[in-house]
Design a protein around this ligand. Sequence first.
Ligand code: HCA
Ligand code: CU
Length: 377
Amino acid sequence: MAGGVAILDTTLREGEQFATSFFRREDRLALAKQLDSFGVDYIEVSSPVVSESAGEDIRQLRALGLKAKIMAHCRCAEVDVVAALECGAQGINLYQGSSPQLREFSHGRSLAQIAENAVGIVRMLRERGVFVRFSGEDAFRTDTVDLAALFDPIVEAGVQRLGLPDTTGAATPMQVFRRLEYFRDRYHMSMEFHGHNDTGCAIANALAAFEGGADVIDTTVLGIGERNGITSLSGLIARLYSVDKELVAGYKLDELTKLDNMVAQLVGVDIPFNAPITGPTAFTHKAGVHTNAVLRQPQTYEVLDPSDFGLQRRIEVASRITGKAAIRHRADQLGLQLDDAALREATRRIKGLAEQRPISTADVDATLAACQTAVAG
Ligand code: HCA
Ligand code: CU
């Protein structure tokens, strides 16, 4: 954790809810180790009651002795939390649906019943000295007044963190900001945000939550999760970095690519082209106007420095929209000597060729070699 924001990675819990996820025990352990090495503050796992091997997963995870705290995601039920504690969970993340939709169609309990039940579990956990968080699932489709009526007695009972998940991805950044700010002012306590990406706002909403007072943000690697997932780890890192690099100073940024590749392979997807930082084209500049400026001063068109993430920028030269500066850069990379007239000629030919058909870097290189020969000869 740096600068007041901690990351809770839930790839092992929310991420398992992604359509194509299948994690073996050794995958879970390897992923947890890599997340810990990267520096996430918490790793969330499923409650032992979800399946036969889930309890042993927690035990073996704990045996790794990671720095990250292992938090078990549990229903507000004594059997769930007791089982999680027996397996060595270091904290309990309770959740229960609070929106009218979930109250009616998921669990059928009233707000008063949810509160009464949660208060009992929270008291029991606090008496045992266990860290406990409570989330009102679907918090952003729950009326603020209802949410406060639910949270008040749970806070009173000693809960140490409140969770506000945007379970359906319905919330806008402004709503997230306002609601977090409201609850920060009401309780002055730790708050966690968990944002789904159904409308493409998961990363923006995570930042809004942080700005509104959340001190814990949930992520998964690549953003995998139910439906189209939640805030991605690389997305959150990119977002925070460009606000203030200090916010991500505590994380091993050059390990992000390894993490994303690991999960992409595990769940059988490519890293999306538009993934912040680790997307395959995230640092590729193409248009002549851009490449010209970037070659002089990368910050002209970059808010993220690829070298901070162990990555390199790429100048795409093989297109009709390339320019002389990019072509010169390519000639330099190849160690070719071309004077200005030769460069202009090479650029003219490359652009001309790219008008006719898609071209490759090999075409560019061949043209440069030919122009060099022409000058030399
Ligand atoms: C779920 C719901 C959840 C819980 C988040 C939380 C959500 O899939 O069980 O515990 O804060 O999006 O509401 O992931
Ligand atoms: Cu979720």
